[in-house]
Design a protein around this ligand. Structure first.
Ligand code: NAD
Ligand code: MG
Length: 404
């Protein structure tokens, strides 16, 4: 029997990280954890090392390294530190598969390192692709990396397409008779809320997603529909289509994970219980299918599937993302950075939920968009957006206090 495939898991202590480890543990004959990273939860990372004994564990700094080393000194796992170590474990030549599950812009460089090294990459870290779309996809093409989406919607779309491999060009979908991609959205916890109601919501309400259990940042993004905006951009890059080819469909039950419409009138949907282990197992084993531990869908329990358009007036983030993609260049990277700042400020109770799109719009207006030809330009636009947002954040916070 062949050796298990070696996996690097970037962001092992997160929600996607946990679901990935669950699949790896179910299939020790097929997969082994070669390297893992964590950021703040050292005890969780130590527990992962205890269970899987990877060759490498990466933490952000010496302090975390000392803590982790103390906890796992009886293991063969080597502890590494810093952002370069993330790139090292993502591109290590013995690694077969890299799961990119760090949240936010921090995941860009290691995801790109995996791409450059020609790995199979399971992409959860949508922000990486949003920031660097063209550059990322050019590298995928150049290196021959196998990019498999595990964001549930994109994984569903991939499953609903004919077998085109993992590389798409501008004509791939139209040549296959695809007329539209139907990107589903749950609508989040505030579906149906008016703008006034949205200005009253708390971080606790925002992170309580009705169907999915996820990290804090993506939960807030789901509540603001920025997640759907980032996913729209993600889909444009992954499948080489324009935003006009994608319709967002709010489907509150999250049973259909997305659909593909064909020009003969067929609409193919991928359905299942909302559990990220399905797309992760699919990406790990593709083109085979393996047990993921997810229960088969019971349609009688589901009973109803509903659909409605997204409310882009109360939830301006979706339109902002579409605009940023159309502006092109560094605009999506600017939007992404501003959103990361805004979400953190909302979670820290500095600004209101309704001020998230205000900050994003401000950053897009304040910073000149440049062609996103190089990584340096992209990273500089990310930094610039964060710099510009900080003082404006204070301004928003003051106005909010006055309003209350
Ligand atoms: P999470 O917050 O649960 O986990 C994030 C992981 O990233 C953790 O392991 C954390 O240690 C690590 N991390 C955080 N900041 C870091 C930094 N500065 N440097 C290095 N590592 C850092 O998030 P999650 O819900 O697992 O989401 C991870 C990614 O997957 C996000 O991009 C999200 O949009 C995407 N995604 C998540 C889900 C989901 O169901 N959770 C679904 C689709 C896509
Ligand atoms: Mg998704």
């Amino acid at each position: 029997m062949s050796q298990p495939q070696k996996i690097t898991l970037l962001g092992g202590t997160g929600s996607i990280g946990g679901s990935t480890l669950d699949i790896i543990a179910r299939h020790p004959d097929r997969f082994s954890l070669y390297a893992v990273s964590g950021y703040q939860r050292v005890q969780e990372l130590a527990d992962i090392c205890q269970q899987f004994e990877p060759a490498f564990a990466v933490v952000p700094d010496e302090k975390a390294a000392a803590l982790l080393t103390e906890k796992i000194s009886h293991l063969s796992t080597q502890v590494l530190t810093g952002a370069e170590a993330l790139e090292q474990i993502a591109s290590d030549e013995t690694v077969d598969i890299v799961v990119a599950a760090i949240v936010g812009a921090a995941g860009l460089l290691p995801a790109l390192a995996a791409v450059k090294a020609g790995k199979r990459i399971l992409l959860a870290n949508k922000e990486a692709l949003v920031m660097s779309g063209q550059l990322f996809m050019d590298e995928v093409k150049r290196s021959g990396a196998e990019l498999l989406p595990i964001d549930s919607e994109h994984n569903a779309i991939f499953q609903c397409l004919p077998d085109l491999g993992t590389h798409f060009d501008d004509a791939s979908l139209s040549k296959s008779g695809v007329s539209q991609i139907l990107l589903t959205a749950s609508g989040g916890p505030f579906r149906g809320f008016t703008s006034e109601q949205l200005s009253e919501v708390t971080p606790e309400q925002a992170v309580a997603h009705p169907n999915w259990s996820m990290g804090q940042k993506i939960s807030v993004d789901s509540a603001s529909l920025m997640n759907k905006g980032l996913e729209l951009i993600e889909a444009c890059w992954l499948f080489s289509v324009q935003p006009e080819a994608i319709q967002v469909v709010v489907h509150p039950q999250s049973i259909i994970h997305s659909m593909v419409a064909y020009n003969d009138g067929s609409v193919i949907a991928q359905m299942g219980n909302p559990d990220m282990r399905t797309p992760i197992a699919y990406g790990l084993a593709w083109p085979e299918r393996i047990d993921s531990g997810v229960k088969t869908l019971n349609l009688f329990e589901v009973a109803q599937l509903n659909f409605e358009p997204a409310d882009e007036v109360a939830f301006p983030c979706l339109a902002l993302a579409r605009q940023a993609f159309t502006l092109g260049g560094t605009a999506p990277a600017i939007l992404n950075a501003a959103n990361e700042i805004a979400v953190q400020a909302f979670l820290d109770r500095k600004i209101g939920f309704e001020q998230i799109p205000v900050l994003c719009r401000y950053a897009l207006d304040a910073i000149a968009v440049e062609p996103a030809d190089t990584l340096d330009v992209i990273l500089a636009s990310d930094r610039k957006a964060r710099e510009v947002c900080e003082p404006y954040l204070e301004h928003l916070a003051v106005h909010r206090v006055k309003a209350q």
